[in-house]
Ligand binder design. Structure first.
Ligand SMILES: Nc1ncnc2c1ncn2[C@@H]1O[C@H](COP(=O)(O)OP(=O)(O)OP(=O)(O)O)[C@@H](O)[C@H]1O
Ligand SMILES: [Mg+2]
Length: 476
């Protein structure tokens, strides 16, 4: 090895590490990601680990503005403007939780660029296989089999609301505070509860769920606290441990907490205050160390107001609140979720569905999704069961979607505006007319809930004529 003392003195290095090698080592480190932009925010370098996570090629990024190619790093614009670094920003990129440092690059006091340095926080960094071990580690004894299946990487969403929520999740998970997760049905409350446990210091301990709505009221108390042998007729020999005991050193997930009967609310409150459990039919008390994550899709504050839910318990549970917004308030997540569920069902059904048609995309982006992500998942699964080709078309959607997205005249842009923009894009009269025809036919299809005979009638054309037009316009 040639020893060249004095080279690289700018880097403060002694020895034989040339600067380009050093940079290469930094860029190829798979535990971290790096992206470098010039003063205009145009990407000059991006590390392979980041390219992998973003699932694109390096060429896609180099020479293009970072604001267009990876909007996750929107803070870099501020760093370029102000010249002040920002450290330790926790965010999620393509479902991976990461911490980002933004550092300006200056030359004689002038800002010439900036870099974002990304540390992957997820248990897995790109390119690494998930360890096979750990399955069942979170299961509790007694054959209940409750454990966590999900962690933060399974929560998909790149909308600002979801990025904020995941940031909050990572911040609060290591603490022991109780968490109340609120949100409409199907928004992912259980997913979040599991992800909190998985990101907490209790993750090696059990995750135990109690569904307060699914268990009859007279059995709920023993479900929570357990019972001694002979506590009641029909009680098991040897008694039974309650879920609060089984969750010791772990997390208990109280689902549908709004359904908890009033009498049990007082007992739960007492447990939260002193951590003590007294089994049914026993005079003794013992301690169990659990963190409570509760979830509800009803407005607990309303229940408190109408004296259906104890105010003191509400405050004990609601130390931290995670409110998951409905899907219709974060429509930018729809595409990501659709792709995810198509992948999932392709694997499950051994299909090769390539995606949804542009019309389906429009319909999905306009629909109100009262059943949220669960409903979206069901819609995709249903389409898989009826489609023939490899594209999901409007005719594969349930009528509820088609019915609701009928044009009301308010939501859509003015047609003249879209004609002007089409002309500006250089489209011809024929192309524009085709698009208009397509829109009219689609609208008629929606009004008729996909019924072709009715659609033809509505348009005053023959049924074969409708089919001909539909196939010409790529609607079948
Ligand atoms: N952000 C998300 N990314 C991926 N999958 C999601 C997301 N949100 C929800 N899901 C999926 O949607 C389904 C419903 O989620 P979950 O059971 O957590 O909802 P919930 O809020 O508990 O609903 P409910 O109030 O009806 O119990 C699950 O299959 C879940 O995996
Ligand atoms: Mg649920």
């Amino acid at each position: 090895m040639v020893h060249r003392e004095g080279t690289n003195s700018n880097w403060g290095l002694r020895g034989d590490v040339p600067a380009d090698r050093l940079l290469q080592a930094i860029f190829n480190n798979r535990h971290e990601g790096l992206v470098v932009v010039d003063s205009q925010g145009v990407i000059g370098q991006i590390s392979e680990s980041l390219v992998d996570v973003l699932q694109k090629s390096q060429n896609y990024f180099i020479g293009r503005p970072i604001s267009e190619t990876c909007p996750y790093f929107r803070r870099i614009a501020r760093v370029l403007r102000t010249g002040s670094p920002e450290f330790g920003k926790i965010q999620a990129i393509s479902g991976k939780s990461v911490m980002v440092d933004y550092i300006p690059i200056t030359d004689h006091g002038e800002i010439t660029g900036a870099l974002a340095k990304v540390t992957f926080l997820s248990p897995q960094y790109p390119g690494e296989k998930r360890p096979a071990a750990g399955k069942g580690r979170n299961k509790i004894s007694g054959g209940h089999g409750y454990g966590v299946k999900y962690n933060i990487d399974n929560i998909l969403g790149s909308s600002p609301q979801m990025i904020d929520l995941k940031e909050t999740l990572l911040k609060i998970a290591p603490r022991n505070s109780n968490v109340l997760i609120t949100g409409e049905s199907g928004t992912g409350k259980e997913l979040f509860a599991q992800a909190i446990h998985a990101a907490s210091l209790r993750r090696a301990g059990p995750f135990v769920k109690i569904n307060c709505a699914a268990i009859p009221e007279n059995l709920l108390e023993s479900e929570f606290f357990g019972y001694e042998e002979g506590a009641f007729t029909g009680s098991k020999k040897g008694g039974q441990a309650g879920k609060l005991e089984l969750a010791d050193k772990g997390t208990v997930f109280l689902d549908e907490i709004g359904e908890l009967p009033f009498t049990l609310q007082a007992k739960l409150l007492r447990f939260i205050q002193d951590g003590e459990i007294q089994k049914l039919g026993s005079g003794e008390t013992f301690v169990s160390d659990v963190r409570i994550v509760a979830a509800t899709n009803v407005n607990l504050e309303q229940l408190v107001k109408y004296r259906k839910f104890r105010e003191d318990l509400y405050y004990r549970l609601n130390v931290v609140n995670l409110n998951i917004p409905p899907l219709r308030e974060r429509r930018e997540d729809i595409t990501l979720l659709v792709d995810h569920f198509i992948d999932k069902f392709n694997r499950l059904f051994k299909f090769k569905v390539a995606g949804v048609s542009p019309e389906v995309k429009t319909i999905m982006h306009r629909y109100s999704w009262p059943g949220n992500v669960r409903e979206l998942q069901n819609v995709i699964e249903r389409a898989f069961n009826i489609l023939e080709g490899n594209i999901i078309l409007p005719s594969h959607l349930p009528s509820s979607l088609l019915k609701e997205t009928v044009y009301t005249g308010e939501k859509a842009d003015h047609p003249i505006a879209s004609i002007a923009s089409a002309l500006n894009k250089g489209q011809t009269l024929e192309e524009i007319m085709d698009q208009m025809e397509k829109l009219v036919i689609l609208q008629a299809l929606m009004i008729s809930h996909g019924n072709k005979a009715k659609t033809a009638q509505l348009l005053n054309i023959s049924r074969p004529g409708l089919y001909k037009k539909m196939s010409k316009l790529g609607l079948t």
